[in-house]
Write a protein of this length. Structure first.
Lengths: 73, 540
């Protein structure tokens, strides 16, 4: 068991959060959708795991490198 | 080499939805082309009565049956004649493209005389010139099927007349470049139009129908009072026996087109061209038809462009260049119909690493003499403090510099978003790519309407705050709506194709075929030698 900090690669606005805490996800599943540069860009799970904590809310402005989800894997 | 492993499920709801959306957009393109064709077809009784073929029948008779034909600028003038999307007629009263006549690749321009008697509209001259430019760039004989009432006097604008001179200048320059030009007079070529035969190397004219004069009988009467008739003044017989303008008289349209085909054959155009290498290749392992379903028509929805590439290239096999550096800018080496080429696509905005990677990749393609295919789907270069500090401008500039100076063929496809300087870095229209087509979902512009509106909104609020006044919220909201409409109304593929900001809209499922035709046209031009002369061939 390890905790993974999932970061946004881009600055943008949180568009939607398709997962909830406690949810089991597979690698490449989108965790958070970021609206940036006119696009909806997914931040995806780096590996299979369980969503431990969501650090952002819809509409939040986030910066590049900011942790958005903590994943337990 | 193993083919790309796809993650697409053609049975999924998303796939079916995307496919329905994409095909609905493509239907709109077909509907518009059909609108022009139907309008022209309404004149069929007149053509029949005169024993003529319709413009589309002429085109079919001219071309080799069963050979590929690449239609160009089919939507030119759409929304230029009127802003009414349901009434505007695309095509600029002409049909044009690259096709084969007796095995020779030629540029063909047909006056669509079923529409307002083939009279020129706003974009007709630009369309004609663009076709002449293609003939020049790819060393292709130019064939013009002429039947035009000239320019519409009711729409006279001094600048369009003045710049129409470029058409004749370019025709003359083609002849001097050693590239033959052929005009077939199916009907009138009057006033400026008379220089179409006047400046063509070969003129074929249909007896009783072909006419050329600087002024038709009506204007002669108005100008000098002279009473004359069209046959004495401008007819085929007169030009073939008295003035010497016409080299070949034809009995009817079909005969004239047969003469044109024979003339092209007599040119023996490829006699000095180095033979091309035919190479074995595998078709894509993944079905190109699936492209319609894997691409969301809304550019905001991201997808993996490698899924598109895999359905375009030979064997669905490619090598990805620096996949983990500047990852959202995708560069791959692959083959199209056995010909090695570089392909660049976008899986998101272009960041500094993506820009330097692409610039390096372009230089490598140039070094190895490999054509570059641009699958342009970018919302732009990244903006923001961190990116500016990382040198986004200088890195983006390197990419644009590399694109501008590539010596290898560049084929650009607008396959989604093409915004801002990202359009430039991905070889947009301003960079004169060899060929440029759009998918029907393409959206181009300096920025999105929403971004333009928000920017102006913030500027207005800042300015009001500095002056210490309150903003008028109603007025601001109205301005925002106007701006969004102003920007977004100019961004869709139908609008931009009407403005000739591409060479046409293609069905995404035909992408591989179009790329193959375009690349072969470029390759053939390199193998071709021409015999330029100083002044073009003059009619003595």
């Amino acid at each position: 068991m390890s905790l993974i900090n999932v970061e946004s690669e881009l600055a943008g606005t949180v568009w939607s959060i398709p997962v909830s805490p406690g949810e089991t996800v597979e690698e490449d599943d989108p965790l958070v959708m970021v609206e940036s540069m006119k696009m909806e860009i997914p931040i995806s799970a780096p590996r299979d795991g369980v969503v431990k904590e969501i650090k952002v809310a819809e509409g939040d402005l986030i910066s590049a490198g900011q942790v958005v989800v903590i994943l337990e894997s | 080499m193993t083919p790309f492993t796809t993650a697409i499920d053609p049975k999924s709801d998303a796939f079916q939805r995307n496919r329905a959306d994409m095909l609905a957009l493509m239907d709109k393109v077909h509907d518009l082309k059909d609108r022009a064709a139907a309008l022209s077809e309404r004149r069929r009784p007149r053509f029949d009565e005169r024993g003529q073929l319709t413009p589309r029948e002429r085109l079919h008779r001219l071309l080799d049956p069963g050979m590929p034909y690449l239609e160009l600028y089919a939507l030119a003038n759409y929304l230029v004649d009127t802003a009414d999307r349901d009434a505007s007629i695309p095509g600029a009263s002409a049909l044009s493209g690259i096709g084969f006549i007796n095995g020779t690749r030629c540029v063909i321009f047909v006056d669509d005389s079923g529409i307002a008697a083939g009279s020129a509209v706003a974009k007709t001259s630009d369309k004609f010139q663009a076709c002449l430019d293609i003939a020049m760039r790819y060393k292709l004989p130019f064939v013009h099927l002429v039947e035009s009432a000239g320019a519409d006097l009711l729409q006279y604008a001094v600048e369009s007349w003045a710049f129409a001179g470029r058409m004749f200048c370019k025709l003359a320059q083609l002849s001097a470049a050693g590239i033959p030009t052929i005009a077939v007079l199916h009907g009138p070529a009057t006033a400026g139009g008379a220089y179409m035969p006047g400046l063509s190397d070969y003129v074929i004219s249909v007896k009783g129908r072909g006419r050329a004069s600087l002024a038709a009988a009506a204007l002669v009467r108005a100008a000098t009072g002279e009473e004359t008739n069209e046959e004495d003044l401008a007819g085929t017989e007169m030009h073939a026996t008295v003035s010497g303008l016409v080299e070949y008289s034809a009995e009817d349209d079909a005969h004239a087109l047969l003469i044109a085909r024979n003339l092209v054959k007599r040119l023996d155009w490829n006699k000095n061209a180095a033979p091309g290498q035919m190479r074995a290749y595998d078709p894509p392992a993944l079905d190109p038809d699936e492209i319609a379903g894997l691409v969301p028509v809304d550019y905001r929805k991201s997808y993996d462009v490698r899924e598109v590439i895999a359905r375009i290239v030979d064997g669905s096999v490619f090598e990805e260049f620096k996949p983990r550096y500047g990852a959202s800018t995708v560069c791959v080496q692959a083959a199209l119909f056995g010909r090695a080429c570089g392909i660049v696509g976008n899986n998101g905005p272009i960041d500094p690493n993506g820009a330097t990677k692409a610039a390096q990749f372009f230089q490598l393609c140039d070094q190895a003499d490999m054509p570059v295919v641009f699958l342009s789907n970018t919302t732009g270069y990244m903006v923001g403090r961190d990116y500016e500090r990382a040198g986004m401008i200088k890195h983006g500039a390197k990419m644009i510099q590399a694109v501008s100076n590539l010596r290898v063929p560049r084929i650009t496809l607008y396959i989604g978003a093409s915004f801002g300087a990202g359009n430039y870095g991905m070889s947009g229209i301003g960079f004169a790519p060899d060929f440029l087509f759009s998918w029907p979902n393409a959206t181009t512009g300096v920025m999105g309407g929403q971004q333009a509106a928000l920017t102006m909104d913030q500027v207005a609020r800042g300015s009001a705050a500095r002056r210490g006044v309150e903003v008028d919220e109603d007025q601001l909201a109205q301005q925002k709506e106007r701006l969004i409409a102003h920007f977004d109304g100019q961004s869709d593929a139908l609008y931009t194709s009407g403005r000739m900001l591409d060479q046409g809209i293609i069905d995404p499922r035909d992408t591989r075929k179009v790329l193959g035709f375009a690349l072969e046209t470029c390759a053939e031009a390199r193998r071709q030698t021409v015999r330029p002369n100083a002044f073009g061939v003059a009619r003595m």
